[in-house]
Design a protein around this ligand. Structure first.
Ligand code: ADP
Length: 395
């Protein structure tokens, strides 16, 4: 262990300084662990609350090395670091968790689909559209087999629904295929609802999962998380957990793994995608579980024993604060915060100190209780009010 000479306890380096790195800081403080972040700018969300900041570029190997010096372990706030850099750091003796061989399945949807299919994990029907291998012909054959419309996805760099297109036929796909971007096609899954199961694994092989949650999506963006997923049933709960366990073990994940799932209209589960870091579907665990995903991620990447994932209330609902497009925000946020704290004294408000772009996640609100409808109404109203000054606009 490197350990911080000031504390005698470990130092965790985090590449990226968004809200995920930021939310690791409270549990790091509690455990006495020091964090060090690689931030693109000194006013990044996590750089505002973590004193040890390296300003640099996550695609620059030397900047990554500057972060790694003095860290026990390096982990990720996002999946955009080139795999070759991660492998180089590991070869130079840096503990990177999760490592390049696991992270590639969260970086590339084609690699992920191939590997999950090999493992027998249920996925939508899919096909690779290699730019070099007659993608148009492959797509025509695939469309004839699974039917139109279907879904095209860029293999890399998608988020919040960017890089996902529903297309009605070959003509619709022409421009996308001509762009030369690596893509895959998937059947259009008949989705009843979207779910997620989050699990943590440490390098010793210990696993701990949280209950399966429902992620409510609007225009490709997660707007609410309902924990636990309403009326899921024991069989699907157990299937989802078993998928998460299989993936975490087979891919040798260290840290938090989020498995996004579709529940189909005929009652099956299929995997949508994977994230190997704390994830929006797990923000509810800050208040809703004995151990939050952020604390668990730190424990897991340091190969410490994992914490208890028992829930703290029958129902927890998290609603994202999504920056609107008007001229209200963020001007007046201080007043809206004061009003929200007074109106919903039981709700827990988290703001990320991020700049406001339309649709961007700039905070979240968590509410808890016994009755889902009431809890949900309060979380959504507070989040809408913080975003737009109007508690009713999203309910
Ligand atoms: P991103 O990486 O941008 O988050 P996702 O792969 O999660 O993209 O897809 C974004 C959204 O598009 C999903 O939440 C889901 O609503 C929809 N979607 C993705 N794949 C499919 C599919 N095969 N069938 C139906 N809808 C899909």
């Amino acid at each position: 262990m490197v350990v911080d000479a000031r504390t005698g306890l470990p130092v965790v380096g985090i590449v990226g300084a968004g809200q995920l790195a930021r939310m690791c800081q409270p549990p790091a403080i509690e455990l006495g662990i020091s964090l060090r972040v690689l931030a693109a700018a000194p006013d990044d969300s996590a750089a505002l609350v973590i004193p040890d900041v390296v300003v640099g570029d996550h695609t620059d190997l030397d900047d990554l090395r500057r972060l790694a010096v003095g860290c026990d372990v390096v982990t990720w706030d996002h999946e955009h670091v080139p795999g070759s850099h991660i492998a180089t750091l590991a070869a130079e003796g840096v503990e990177v968790r999760p490592g390049a061989s696991a992270l590639r399945y969260a970086q590339d949807k084609g690699d992920m689909r191939r590997r999950l299919t090999e493992l027998g994990v249920p996925c939508p029907e899919w096909v690779d559209l290699e730019p070099a291998d007659d993608p148009k012909g492959t797509l025509a054959e695939f469309g004839a087999r699974v039917g139109w419309p279907l879904v095209l996805k860029a293999s890399r760099h998608g988020y919040d629904g960017r890089g996902v297109w529903t297309i009605d036929g070959l003509d619709d796909a022409a421009d996308l295929l001509a762009s030369g971007t690596a893509m895959l096609a998937e059947e259009l899954v008949p989705i009843a609802r979207e779910l997620a199961v989050d699990v943590a694994r440490n390098p010793s092989g210990d696993l701990a999962a949280w209950p399966v949650v429902e992620t409510v999506q609007r225009e490709g963006i997660c707007v609410e998380v309902l924990a636990p997923a309403p009326a899921l049933g024991a069989a699907l709960e157990s299937d989802a957990r078993s998928i998460a366990r299989t993936v975490a073990q087979a891919l040798d994940v260290a840290g938090v793994l989020a498995v996004e799932l579709f529940e189909t209209t005929d009652g099956r589960l299929v995997v949508n995608e994977l994230a190997m870091r704390p994830h929006n579907s797990g923000h509810w665990t800050i208040e809703g579980s004995r151990t939050s995903q952020f604390e668990q991620h730190l424990r897991a990447v340091l190969d410490l024993p994992l914490g208890d994932t028992a829930v703290t209330a029958p129902v927890t609902v998290m609603a994202n604060v999504l920056a609107g497009g008007g001229d209200l925000e963020p001007a007046g946020l201080d007043e809206r915060l004061a009003t929200a704290l007074g109106t919903w004294p039981d709700a827990k408000i988290h703001l990320y100190d991020k700049s406001w772009r339309p649709g961007r996640k700039v905070g979240h609100v968590t509410a808890q209780g016994n009755h889902r409808d009431i809890v949900r109404e309060r979380a959504v109203a507070a989040a809408s009010f913080l975003a737009q000054g109007d508690p009713g606009s999203r309910s």
